[in-house]
Design a binder for this molecule. Sequence first.
Ligand SMILES: [Zn+2]
Length: 909
Amino acid sequence: MLICFLLPSFAFRADSFQGQEPHRIVNNRFYEQHLLSQSDSWSDFLSDYDSWDARFDSNSGFPLRAWGKGIAMGEVSSTHLTGELLGFLSNHSELFHPKSLGELQVNHGRAGIYAHLEQHVSLKEPVLDSQGRKIEQASVWRAGVDLFLKEVDGEAKLTMFGVELYPELFHQELVVTLSAQEAIEIATREGWAPFSEHYDVKERLVVLPIVEAGGLQLKLAWEIKSKTKNPVGHWVAFVDAVQGDLFHIFNEVRFLEGSLFAEHDTRTVDGDRSVSALRNLRIPAEEGTVHTDELGGFSFLGDLQEDVLLRGIRTRVFNASGDELVLELNGGEQVWVAEELSEDTATQEELIAELDQYVFQTYIYDWADIYAPHVVSSWPRTDVNVNLNDVCNAYFDGELNFYKSGEGCNNTGRIADVSYHEWGHGFHYYNLVSGVYDGTMSEGIADVVAFLQTEDHRISPYFTTSGDAIRNVSRNRVYPDDVVNEVHTDGLIFGGAVWDLWDAMDEKYTAELGEEEGLIESKEQLQHLFVKAMESGPELVTSYEAFLFADDDNADLSDGTPHLCELVDAFGEHGLGPKGQEGFYSLSHEPIGPQLEGTSYTITANLQQNAADCIDAQIAGAAIYFSTDDGLNWSTQQLSITDDVLQGNIPEQSSHQSVLYYLELKDTEGRISRLPEGGIINPFQFYIGEREEIFCTDFEEWSEGFTHDLLAGQQQEGADDWMWGTPIGYGGDPDSAYSGIYVWGNDLGGEINGESYNGEYQNDKHNRLSSPFYDTSGYDRLVIEFKRWLQVEDGYYDQAQIYINSDLAWTNHESRSEIGDEHHKDEQWMTHVLLTEGHSEIQVSWDIVSDAGLTMGGWNIDDFCIYGVSLPKEKVKKPDEKGCSHIAFEQSKHYLGFFVMLFLYYRRR
Ligand SMILES: [Zn+2]
């Protein structure tokens, strides 16, 4: 058959034949145009409409297009217009030949009104189509009259028309010899897809203008349209209606080519917009699904099988509050702009949230492709729900969920940080190889994922409509003091550590590689390290070690890691890692218990050097500081250092007194490490001398007559926060009792009465725990001793006090307003010793008096005892005023201790 001249135009896929429609070239040569403009029909027209101009079809001599000043056609309604236009055509019948035209079709568009009439040719004898309907004329292929009108103030004006007519056909009557059915057989069985099933078969009798050697040929043909699925074809074939030859065939299945972009919030709802390609978007074409490329580009054959939605390889965006955004593909470059898709501002906001999420998720997957490809393999695509009917939040539950705007918050779907953060929760999960999926870590990790994209320590600026960010990782939150038992806030401890690590690594690499390369290398290293470290699933308290393990490059953690010093420093700033709580030197010491007189007291401590390779210094020396006058004067003794063991002695002291002491280590760069860290603020303490137990309790039994009360401050849940229970490490509290299970303390933390307690006392409160009265008669002196774990703000602001009966017997260290940060912070159970004169009965009370500022863990009390001391008779006698001090100092150390103790006691009253 005559298919040899078919143009072998293959495209896109080798099995899709494209072909080409019949067409002819229309030249536009000036000389010819000039001649044609002289024609009678055009001259007649110009005599009515002299402003008009035309470009002529050199073959027919008719104006291919003519244009000029609008010709009024009256009302725009189709009925009126049809009459008006047909009248206009009749008035210029030499130009339009209305008798050879078919029905007038009118279409109203956005730019104007379009009317079309086909050129028809009559048949000598009517024929039947495949459905048995009578056909009396044939259409001429792509021929006819087009009229273009503009609407002005409800009136239609003709400003352009085109005449594509074949005058050769004006007075012909054509003869058909091939039936419609025969033509269909030929077209479908002998055409391009002979073995495929053809469906939607339609035929039409047409006259086809074909340029062949010798000039223009007009062939009467059956145009047979049919579809096949394999190969994909919307076939158009022409069968000579006289000879029965199949002489032209082409595939109407079209390439649709274009590229898709979205205008989106650049980062957040601050008015800054960007345009990004809609990449990896799924286009469900009839012949198979295709995806937009890196530039948003696409190309496919045929029709769409389904609507194109914001669904792609990496993400699927679902609109929770209404219809999905359907992307109507027109081909070419299309930019989706919310404001152009709807006039309703609420809808616009929902639309932009949809577009934003598609773009943001595309970006975060770009990051993951590089730094966490394993996460992409196990979690290749996010399902994102936007415009959920709530405000001020977003969440991850396997899918990413974002809320609408309202109550002072922007639509969270419009904020890249929130998008990255929520994805970060999934990253945390899918990146895990061991360990736990810890909530606090998850928040920290999610914030890190966000700031690695934004390079901004602020998380989600414009979370609120006023522009505020929701969190900030640059604030130095410290473990464990700043743990508040709220995952987002606690997560900032980790987020802050990684942020500081970034700084530390920037410093390292810019020093090694210079500014530009250094910053790139630093971020690169940080990101890989972060992803590796998080696969071990640490909790906050082991997050430093997770980095250390991941950073190791030689399976030897005893010789450091490439970024050891940066890790030590950065995590140390946040109370994590070796430097976190101890500095570069960790001292540990088991406090000595009660002693007897007549001997010196040996003090032993262990030293651990942390990250010794990160500093150049050597240890310069260590000493013990001790005071026998309740901290007024301090003496010192050197400690020897052998194999990380410190040892020394407090010299013999007189009986019936307490000794305060702390240890201090110095290195050659002047770093000082103390134990306890507070030094004179909360030193160790022990009692010297014989004593007799009057009463002891380890608080394992409820109450034992202890009571508590709010003395001042607003009464509210937790205002009087004295509790009998087990401390759990919140707010600086210990995480266990000194002995047994129970202690008394301020706010022991956890879930109590359905409220979440953070371990800290409240602001502006004065509350008190009181013991019952104990019979202490018959002793010269009394020793009150208990185990203390106290955390309280500088006494300038908050006071922890102990009363014996109604007398103030002890209060915490205070500085003054210019300092104000000399807090009392016990880091281990301490022995607290109080000495008092004999009383027939005593009651001991522990108070917390807080101001409006900082709050801390408060009291934790265990193992409470009262001892009686009976002094030898001759020593009870009061020495006379004169000369007493000389005697005491020179003759007996025993007197010294006794005297100082008395003095202190009176001072405190
Ligand atoms: Zn979160």
